[in-house]
Design a protein around this ligand. Structure first.
Ligand code: GTP
Ligand code: SPV
Ligand code: MN
Length: 609
């Protein structure tokens, strides 16, 4: 047990759960235990109903946690500002707590269970005094799906409770799925005093437990998302032989009417939501993209030996700035109702607003800090990591398979990064093991999704650097094992091909070379062709790249030579980066799979090193 044993369960709290037909003993005990430490004024079990949601919203309007959006333009939608020091994930305050430090690995912050008990647990003492403690049951994954798992988040934030209602299957349905004896992931969250000095997000993958205190923002506080669905579920997935990934899932319907699905992992704020909701340009008549997920994928072998993926989430927590009718019309349609806007700007007529939303900046904008904003001023009106929270079912491109308990079969894995130079628009790995090497070697320029400097190049393997709940060397091994030749469910495994993309390569003048967004369908088309053994490619030291004319550029307006530059491989530049990658791999010591080292050596040889 992580916590000191606590006194007698409080009868008062028992009476709360009796409203539900089933009582899970372990859940009741834990809730009583937490309440006896955090000392809330009252405990509310969330049932997920409309009436409850309305009650919470009325209360938040009264205490000014929320502002109501213009009911004509954004019906049933609300605006929220988080504390100005609490607007992004705080990776340096995020910990993996395992008995042994090596099990957290060199890319995670480790905290011993003893330290967690001594430094973090006392912060929960009396933390909810005078507050309401919400018990939020939720399911990650479609209800009744063999992929799905139950979590319970205890929180003193009503904003978290209403956000979890959008982002997960929350309430009574989750308690029903849990049943009397079902297992669940425990997530304890308190706003604490919101001080970064007393902010900790601690994961216990051996106990399926999360403690988060001192933050009310996104991935720090909505514990179903990165904490459970990636860090805890990732550790479960390794034990159980599946994958929990920072990946979008989309379907590409071709003119033939057939739909093929791909999963893509890009680091935070590097284009997953936008790719997942892509609208093809007019010249791609007959193509349609279906959105299955925009951030997280849970992936298992199906009865056919292929990998099948579900989106464990029920909503989108998407980056607002840059979202417009032009770049992402599906997102714009999704957020028109029943949504929450966090740290965007807010107009005098009650609408969320951000940079590059389209049109001129309206007059009377209040910025994300609550100050009057002057159009044209150098300060951004919306925080660069401001976000919308919206139900997935409202998305015009939502896939008919979104709720399918078995998920969708995956034809390709795509890794991506934000790289101003060196990395081509697209390349294909030579085989599965090389693909795992490509995933392990992803590097990307940092974004505003986490606190800290923006635009700094860092290694972000599989776009999972901040989200891997165990030693990343073991994670690489797990990926290699998943694709090792053999059977799954009694039939031969059929692994998807693995690709890498970069929408962000810049010209010498510092302009993006690739138009991106809807035009990314051109790259998806090549990827699908290649995944079925067609399409044309040439071999380069880093993988296969589209042959001249291999990528469909019909109707595309581009600078002369831009395409050549986008696909150019500069072996000298790659060779110059290789030692830095060697250093990164060396951090893992003997936890680095020999196969990754072998792949790295072969790549260096191809580069002439
Ligand atoms: P998380 O939710 O943080 O995991 O991020 P995400 O990967 O879903 O990123 P998202 O799609 O929200 O994109 C982040 C930013 O990148 C937005 O400001 C987008 O406008 C921008 N972006 C997305 N796709 C493209 C593209 O193809 N080209 C360019 N230039 N920018 C893009
Ligand atoms: C990310 O940072 O990758 C996100 C947003 O998707 S958060 O939920 O804050 O992690
Ligand atoms: Mn993300």
């Amino acid at each position: 047990m992580l916590r000191p044993r606590l006194g007698i369960p409080l009868l008062f709290f028992h009476s709360r759960l009796s409203r539900f037909s089933r009582v899970n003993r372990a859940l009741q005990t834990w809730v009583d235990e937490v309440a006896s430490v955090t000392k809330p004024q009252r405990v509310v079990w969330c049932d997920g109903s409309d009436a409850e949601n309305e009650r919470l919203i009325a209360q938040m309007l009264a205490d000014e946690t929320l502002q109501k959006c213009n009911p004509e333009k954004f019906p049933n939608s609300y605006y929220h500002r988080s504390h100005p020091s609490d607007v992004a994930r705080t990776e340096h305050l995020t910990f993996i707590s395992t008995d042994k430090k090596e099990d957290a690995g060199p890319t995670n912050n480790w905290m011993s269970p003893e330290q967690a008990r001594e430094r973090v647990w006392p912060l929960f003492s009396n933390a909810m005094k005078g507050r309401t403690m919400y018990v939020v049951p939720y399911v990650m994954g479609p209800l009744g799906s063999p992929f799905s798992k139950v979590g319970i988040e205890i929180t003193d934030s009503a904003y978290v409770a209403i956000s979890m209602r959008i982002m997960t299957r929350m309430g009574k349905a989750a308690l029903d799925q849990l049943g009397d004896n079902g297992e669940f992931v425990k997530g304890l969250h308190s706003l604490g005093d919101l001080s970064p000095e007393r902010r900790f997000i601690v994961h216990f993958p051996q106990q399926n437990e999360i403690w988060s205190i001192g933050s009310g923002y996104g991935g720090n506080a909505l514990l179903g998302k990165k904490c459970f669905a990636l860090r805890i579920a990732g550790a479960q997935a390794r034990r159980e032989g599946w994958l929990a990934e920072h990946m979008l899932i989309l379907g590409i319907q071709e003119p033939s009417g057939e739909t093929h699905y791909v999963c893509a992992a890009f680091p935070s704020a590097c284009g997953k939501t936008n790719l997942a909701m892509l609208v093809p340009p007019a010249s791609f008549n007959g193509y349609k993209i279906f959105t299955v997920g925009d951030d997280i994928a849970w992936i298992r072998f199906g009865p056919d030996g292929r990998l099948w993926a579900v989106n464990p989430e029920a909503g989108f927590f998407g980056v607002a700035p840059g979202t417009s009718e032009k770049t992402n019309p599906n997102a714009m349609a999704t957020i028109r109702k029943n949504s929450i806007f966090t740290n965007t700007a807010f107009t005098s007529d009650g609408c969320p607003w951000w940079d590059d939303m389209g049109g001129d900046a309206p007059a009377g904008v209040t910025d994300w800090k609550g100050n009057k904003w002057i159009p044209g001023s150098p300060e951004k009106a919306a925080h660069p990591n401001s976000r919308f929270t919206a139900p997935a079912r409202q998305c015009p491109s939502i896939s008919p398979k979104f709720e399918d308990p078995l998920g969708v079969p995956i034809s390709a894995f795509i890794f991506g990064a934000r790289r101003a130079s060196l990395v081509p628009l697209v390349y294909e790995s030579f085989d599965w093991n090389h693909g795992v090497y490509v995933g392990s070697s992803v590097a990307s320029e940092t974004t505003a999704a986490a606190t800290g400097a923006v635009g700094v190049l860092r290694r972000d393997p599989f776009a999972m650097l901040p989200f891997c709940g165990y030693n990343m060397g073991d994670y690489f091994s797990h990926w290699l094992t998943m694709g090792a030749p053999g059977n799954a469910n009694g039939v031969a495994k059929k692994m998807p091909k693995v690709f890498h993309v970069n929408w962000f390569r810049k010209s010498a003048e510092g302009k993006f070379l690739w138009p991106g967004f809807g035009e990314n369908i051109r790259v998806l088309q090549w990827i699908l062709e290649r995944s079925r053994g067609k399409g044309t490619a040439v071999e380069s030291p880093i993988g296969y790249i589209p042959a001249k004319g291999g990528l469909n550029t019909a109707g595309l307006q581009m600078q002369p030579n831009a395409m050549d530059e986008l696909l150019r491989i500069d072996p000298k530049g790659w060779a110059a980066e290789a030692p830095q990658l060697t250093d990164f791999y060396n951090k893992f010591g003997d936890r680095l799979p020999a196969e990754i080292r072998r792949q790295h050596q072969m790549q260096m040889k191809r580069l002439g090193l």
